[in-house]
Design a protein around this ligand. Structure first.
Ligand code: SF4
Ligand code: SF4
Ligand code: SF4
Length: 257
């Protein structure tokens, strides 16, 4: 298996490629997925995992249909990898992909309910130890909280009864020869539809503003993260969708594998 959960078959003679593709297709197996375009999507088992905060299989299927299949003829500057993770445990490393989606549950904390217990159940439940009782009140460091939602429902006095569902999106990650950690957009998207739109904008931006041969991480570095982020958070790029898709761009893509 490759990192995209696909299979590489070695040693097929060139003249037999069509034959083996037919053979595989009769067994319901798809071939392809390489080149300077959206690659097969990777998903963690968040749908069935005890920590899963979103239905990763259902979302990945949508990403697969909309962007792997829907954009299969769209030439990009380089390969474009998308991964979907169910929680901040990062089992499929969404932040090391061109775009990574991570399920979120933002705890809704009512500090008026907090009684500053000696043994705080929320403190105990937080796996990264950023929820702490200070001066008689629980304090959650919002900058450090990864929205894993593990503290929800743990408070004896119902100070954190619920959480808001969300989707965090990382852009510009890369694995392989030149590893680069992706950076999260500042907005946590409230719905799947919004998250999918952000992914589409990222692909369109890469096609329009990326230089042939560069990965999305390089495009972001060249244009500046803030610039890219503001474009992904506005809808301007979607208004240019037909124009971007119709342009003669990246006819010879930059992907070598
Ligand atoms: S990333 Fe989270 S939801 Fe996905 S498999 Fe790992 S622990 Fe489970
Ligand atoms: S358990 Fe609840 S009430 Fe007690 S300190 Fe923690 S958050 Fe506050
Ligand atoms: S959501 Fe997760 S990281 Fe944030 S305070 Fe709760 S347990 Fe800690």
């Amino acid at each position: 298996m490759t990192s995209r959960q696909t299979i590489e078959i070695l040693g097929v003679p060139y003249e037999k490629i069509d034959e083996i593709m037919d053979f595989l297709s009769k067994a319901g197996l798809e071939t392809g997925g390489t080149g300077s375009k959206v690659r097969p999507v990777v998903s963690c088992k968040g749908t069935t995992c005890q920590y899963g905060l979103i239905d990763t299989f259902a979302l990945s299927l949508k990403v697969h249909e909309m962007f792997y299949k829907g954009y299969s003829d769209v030439k990009l500057p380089h390969k474009f990898k998308i991964a979907v993770g169910g929680c901040p445990n990062n089992c499929v490393k969404p932040n090391l992909n061109d775009v990574g989606i991570i399920g979120q549950r933002i705890p809704v904390y009512n500090s008026n309910m907090c009684r500053g217990c000696k043994d705080c159940k929320v403190e105990e439940a937080c796996p990264i130890n950023i929820a702490k009782v200070e001066n008689g009140k629980l304090v959650i460091d919002k900058e450090k909280c990864n929205n894993c939602g593990r503290c929800i429902g743990k408070c004896t006095f119902n100070a954190i009864e619920s959480g808001q569902k969300g989707y965090k999106i990382y852009i510009g990650g890369r694995w392989g020869k030149k590893v680069k950690q992706g950076k999260a957009l500042e907005k946590i998207f409230a719905s799947e539809t919004e998250a999918l739109l952000a992914v589409e904008k990222a692909i369109l931006l890469f096609r329009e503003q990326g230089k042939t041969g560069e990965r999305f991480a390089d495009t972001i570095e060249r244009l500046g993260f803030e610039n890219v982020q503001s474009q992904l958070l506005s809808d301007d790029i979607l208004k240019r969708k037909a124009e971007i898709l119709g342009a003669q761009l990246h006819l010879v893509g930059g992907a070598t594998c």
